[in-house]
Design a protein around this ligand. Structure first.
Ligand code: PBG
Length: 333
């Protein structure tokens, strides 16, 4: 470093002197269009049901979901990702409710499309776990293992039914081998080459999904470690990435986000398709819980967590704070 007399010749602090200076030199900005709201809709309830491990998030009724979608449009976010919570009695081994045109997810897709038209991207979780009585993301073979190829047939049908119900984008989250190719083919076969696939490419078997399991009333016994990735692995994500792109993924996702920023950065460096990150239920719950205890500044922690995810390379972020943060960004301008 050059010095002049006894003074530092270079002073990075000069660029941190005032809010307007910091704003000008900021390398990462958050914008309402960066966000996608994950939302739960529950069959057969008259009032929204709070999710105790996710304060501020509810299982929507059909009506309250439509309102949330309208709010999302007004806030200027880009999308809403829908998860269906069927009545307990409708769950079975094959997850039949997931492919029933009158199943809760399909009903909700139609409701939301009627509400928002093309002003918001309507996305659907493409996975069986919300609809199976055993809670796994696929169907089981006679020995109780998740049967990859039999599950692919279910996913193909799900993709078609979700497209018919109005999904602009489907989000396969089950981590079955070959799922992207099978889903692309199923959509193209019914002439729906317009429906995009947001592939959950690097999805880890994470303890941070805990609150989500409450959110969807999951009946899972055991874990998902035979299909979701081991948190210890990074190179494996690159292999999943290559396969998803080859099979026709339009966008790729890393999930969870916060504990996997290295994966996100590496994926973002490697591809030229949009990269999405999912800030999941446990990430949400941790900040809300610490804030409730008065241990951290809630709003600042939320923005910092999202800035970190954008900085690491995510083009878009799924977050349960999507609408709230967008509203805040709008009013700050
Ligand atoms: C599977 C799915 C899960 C989440 C999104 N899609 C749960 C899982 O894989 O166990 C988790 C999202 C979150 O925790 O916020 N359909």
């Amino acid at each position: 470093m050059t010095t002049y007399g006894s003074f530092p010749g270079t002073r990075p602090r000069r660029l941190r002197t005032s809010p307007v200076m910091r704003r000008m030199v900021a390398e990462t900005r958050l914008h309402p269009a960066d966000f996608i709201l994950p939302a739960f809709v529950r069959e057969g309830v008259a009032e929204p049901v709070p999710i105790s491990s996710m304060p501020g998030v509810v299982q929507h009724t059909r009506d309250s979901l439509k309102k949330a979608a309208a709010e999302a449009v007004a806030a200027g976010i880009s999308g809403i990702m829908l998860f269906g919570v069927p009545e307990e009695s409708k769950k079975d081994g094959a997850g039949t409710a997931g492919t029933d045109p009158d199943g809760i997810l399909q009903v909700a897709l139609r409701d939301v499309r009627a509400e928002v038209g093309d002003d918001l991207l309507v996305m659907s979780d493409l996975c069986l776990d919300e609809f199976t009585d055993h809670g796994h993301c696929g169907v089981l073979d006679e020995r109780g293992r998740v049967d990859n190829d039999a599950t692919l047939e279910r996913y193909a049908e799900m993709a078609q039914v979700q497209a018919d119900a109005g999904a602009h984008v489907v989000g396969p989250s089950g981590m079955m081998d070959g799922q992207i190719g099978v889903i692309r083919d199923a959509l193209d076969q019914i002439g729906r080459d317009d429906v995009a696939i947001l592939a959950y490419t690097a999805k880890y078997a994470s303890a941070f999904y805990g609150p989500f399991r409450e959110a969807v009333g999951s009946s899972l016994q055991g874990d998902r470690r035979t299909y979701q990735q081991d948190p210890a692995n990074l190179r494996e994500s690159m292999r999943e990435l290559e396969l998803d792109l080859e099979e026709g993924a339009d966008m790729v996702m890393v999930k969870p986000a916060g504990p996997y920023l290295d994966v996100l950065a590496k994926v973002a460096d490697a591809v030229d398709v949009p990269v999405v990150a999912y800030q999941i239920s446990g990430e949400y719950a941790m900040i809300e819980a610490a804030a409730e205890k008065g241990w951290i500044d809630r709003d600042k922690a939320i923005l910092e967590s999202l800035t970190g995810i954008r900085r690491a390379g995510a083009r878009s972020i799924l977050t349960y704070w999507a609408t709230e943060v967008a509203q805040q960004l709008n009013s700050a301008r």
